[in-house]
Design a binder for this molecule. Structure first.
Ligand SMILES: Cc1cc2nc3c(=O)[nH]c(=O)nc-3n(C[C@H](O)[C@H](O)[C@H](O)COP(=O)(O)O)c2cc1C
Length: 164
């Protein structure tokens, strides 16, 4: 028998994750859609694939799964305000945000992020109440700094253990 919703939420709170903004241009209106996501991970080295999961009920869902490309901005420790803003729903957040264009693809990126990843949408799998979106990485850049992490409903950053 599957676990209860409460236990499931506890699992989510126990799993620390890097925080990203996943954003794309809506194919019809060319308006930017984007959301805070902790589900972004690298997937395959050859070919270079990454993935994230998006809940069906989000406002960005239709635009995101129909887009031919998307940009991922891995946030740094100073960008918790951006994560909080993009965890709200609705189009106002993109109007309040200055994006920078991808260097290779037509994707919106958050300036000052720890990494920028420009992807062509490669595959979409519907799984439960989420879609898993797989992207082929066409361009990526990383910068020095510390990551923004999410754990136990709080933002924080990485601190290496002594001697590790
Ligand atoms: C730290 C954090 C991580 C999140 N990760 C995801 C995620 O991976 N996938 C997802 O669908 N929603 C995720 N969310 C929730 C979305 O950011 C939230 O539902 C947002 O309001 C969606 O925006 P939209 O409705 O404008 O699309 C996360 C929220 C937080 C605070």
């Amino acid at each position: 028998m599957p676990i209860s919703g409460d236990v499931y939420k506890q699992i989510g709170r126990s799993a620390a994750g890097a925080v990203s903004i996943v954003a794309a241009y809506d194919r019809t209106s060319d308006r930017i859609v984007g959301l805070t996501a902790s589900s972004f991970v690298t997937l395959s080295f050859d070919p270079p694939l990454v993935m994230f999961a998006i809940q069906h009920s989000t406002g960005s869902y239709v635009s995101m799964v129909s887009s031919k490309s998307f940009g991922v901005s891995l946030l740094r420790d100073t960008q918790a305000d951006v994560a909080t803003l993009f965890a709200t729903t609705g189009p106002e957040k993109t109007g309040k945000t200055q994006f920078e264009p991808g260097t290779t693809l037509h994707v919106p990126l958050i300036p000052g992020a720890l990494a920028h990843v420009e992807c062509l949408t490669n595959q979409i799998f519907i799984s439960g109440d989420h879609a898993i979106v797989v992207g082929l990485v066409e361009e990526a850049r990383t910068f020095d700094g510390l990551p923004l992490l999410y754990f136990a409903r709080q933002y924080g950053t990485f601190c290496p253990l002594e001697g590790s």
